[in-house]
Each structure stands twice: as C-alpha cells, then as structure tokens.
Write a protein that binds this ligand. Sequence first.
Ligand code: NAD
Length: 271
Amino acid sequence: MSHQLLKGKKGIIFGALDEKSIAWKTALRCHDEGAQLVLTNAPIALRMGEINTLAQQCNNAPVIPADVTSMDNLNNLFTKSMEHFNGGIDFVLHSVGMSMNIRKGNAYTDLNHEFTHKTLDISAMSLHRVLQVAYKLDAIKEWGSVVALTYIAAQRVFPDYSDMADAKALLENIARSFGYHYGTKKKVRINTISQSPTRTTAGSGVQSFDGFIDYAEKMSPLGNASAEDCANYCVSLFSDYTKMVTMQNLFHDGGFSLMGVSQAVIEQMGK
Ligand SMILES: NC(=O)c1ccc[n+]([C@@H]2O[C@H](COP(=O)([O-])OP(=O)(O)OC[C@H]3O[C@@H](n4cnc5c(N)ncnc54)[C@H](O)[C@@H]3O)[C@@H](O)[C@H]2O)c1
C-alpha cells in the first residue's frame, strides 16, 4: 500500500544489517513511498553482503560504507550522498546500536568501561557526529527530518539492558539539544522513536530477550509494535504531515510506556 508520502524526497538510512533490521524494513517502506535512498553501514557489516539485496530492491540505491565513530567516514558519506542526489537530503534514519558489554553478558555492576566507551560512541555520540557533519556541510534541506531509534530503558530500569540504557538516555538528549540548534538554523526536525522490543540481531543480544518480549506483549494494550509498524511510523515522521514535530521522544510501543500493570500480567503472576 503506497501513498507516495515521500515522493521526491531523498534520504540516508543507517543500520540495515539483514532482513530483520528495523532499518531494512524502513528502507523498503521509504522506497515504496517514492523516496530515493542512500544506504550505509559499518564496513564490517557491509562485508556480509546482504545489503546489496536491499539496495537492488530500492532501485539500486548506492551503498556507502561509514563507521559512525569516524568523522572522516561520515563526511565522506554526506558529501557523496549530496553528489549522488545532486543537492540536499530530506531525511536521515539513525538505526545504530552496539554494546560489547551486552554481547559478553557483563552485568551492569561489572562493566568493562572500555566497552562502555564504545557503547556510548557507537550508540549515542554517533547521532551527534552525524548531525554535526550534516550541519557543517549544510546537508539537510529546510524542514528535513532526522529520526533515531531508542528504547524505554532510557527512562525505566531494565536490568539486562546494561550500558545501552545509559547510551539511549544520552541519545535522546542529543536529539533534543541538536533539535534546538538545527531547528533554529534550518527548520530541521530531530526526534527519537522509542520502539517495542523487536526480534533483530541487536535486540536478540539482550539476555532473557524472550521473557522481555513476552512481558512487553502482555503489558501493552495493543501488543508489541513490529519492525514493519516502526517502518511505517518512520515514514510518517519523514513526511510533510509531521512537519511541526521536533525534539520529541515518541513512544511506539502499543501503549506499554503508560501501563502500571495489565490483567494479563496479573493472571500470569497468579499461576
Ligand atoms: N530490536 C529491539 O528490540 C529494539 C528496540 C528499541 C530500539 N532499538 C534500536 O533500533 C536500532 C536498530 O537496531 P535493530 O534492532 O534493527 O538491530 P540491527 O542489529 O539490525 O541494527 C543495528 C545496526 O547497527 C549497526 N552498527 C553497529 N556498529 C556500527 C558502527 N560502528 N557504525 C555503523 N553502524 C554500526 C549494525 O551494523 C546494524 O546494522 C538500534 O538503535 C536499537 O538500539 C531496537
């Protein structure tokens, strides 16, 4: 179902690793809605080669490698994207996250702080890097839209989310702080989407993920939001229909964030 909501718009999508990735589904939906795309991921992720399948499905979108911790890589990405589009960019999806502490199963009380540096750099500071590069190159057009993906562990405690919770809190704050500066300079809007737990490579890295996802499903009046639902929400935020929305953390979670307890969870506890 296409409404051509993004007809004529040009966007950069970070973080499509495989078919399960939220970024992958978002790229496909943006393409369906008439957008032209540049796809990017870390060089190591690109070596797996799956992104070329996505690129073909998106009208042979160029794939430009960029490690989000490298300013040189990001400068190159935005410069090449503007050359490719022959002008400015309308939207950017930041769909990037990684924690070695989570991968290694390190408890929050026993973090490897070298890993924590990396977590913060890749998962949060990278949004600042992306925005600063775009700002200095004047790469994003007026009323352009930037979306980054986050999780409610930025506000509430989810013990197994480890140092990613801290990274998400920083990410959301960068969206607000840069949202002010980019908004006043160029009317560029910046928001975060706080997504339900979703079965992807990054998501499944979290310990006890199955319990996590079942609990959220039982707590949410609408159930968990899928990656496809998230892709649709991203499309709406890239479209002109949401042009006055900025600096927001937008919960996309079937109602989870406003629940105390649900009947389904009470019944489960009584068993
Ligand atoms: N899956 C969930 O449950 C869930 C819930 C809420 C928010 N999110 C967020 O959604 C976003 C996308 O994650 P996903 O669930 O689709 O998983 P995913 O594993 O498919 O995507 C994560 C992406 O980050 C990329 N990445 C890692 N290090 C990088 C680097 N140095 N440079 C550039 N890219 C790098 C990976 O290559 C990968 O493409 C993340 O920010 C994640 O925290 C996920």
